[in-house]
Unconditional design. Structure first.
Length: 135
């Protein structure tokens, strides 16, 4: 069975079961929503309801909130109230699919870089066999 390898964002070592999590910060989600509202107010739609932007204006749109794989001991915000998934609960492609379906029900998931998490995990699995991809 293929096992996804999550690497700690702080120490760059693999996160073993029971030692860490995949997490996203609620405070960062709130900051993102505030920044998104401010951006939309600064770039109102035209009378026909469309927003016409040049590339430099579009480039100022707030970056989505990053999910991080972290060891508990490496987490710089241990006191923060964050959403987290224990690494042992998202170790296989099937578990990742389960969590994706679960997270799609969260209103804030679109504010995050979850698609990046999926693409990163997909690189470790052979698309034809589902087995661990050759390095």
């Amino acid at each position: 069975m293929t096992s996804l390898v999550w690497t700690c964002e702080v120490c760059s070592r693999p996160v073993r079961d029971g030692t860490g999590y995949l997490t996203v910060g609620y405070a960062a989600l709130g900051e993102y929503r505030r920044a998104e509202r401010a951006w939309e107010e600064a770039h109102p739609p035209s009378d026909d309801g469309f927003r016409v932007l040049n590339l430099s204006e579009y480039a100022t749109y707030p970056a989505r909130v990053r999910w991080q794989a972290l060891h508990r001991r490496c987490d710089p915000n241990t006191g923060a109230v964050d959403y987290w998934i224990g690494i042992e609960r998202i170790r296989t492609p099937a578990q990742l699919l389960h969590w994706t379906a679960h997270l799609m029900g969260k209103q804030w998931i679109g504010c995050t870089d979850w698609p990046h998490v999926l693409r990163t995990a997909a690189k470790t699995v052979d698309p034809l066999t589902g087995a661990e991809a050759a390095s």
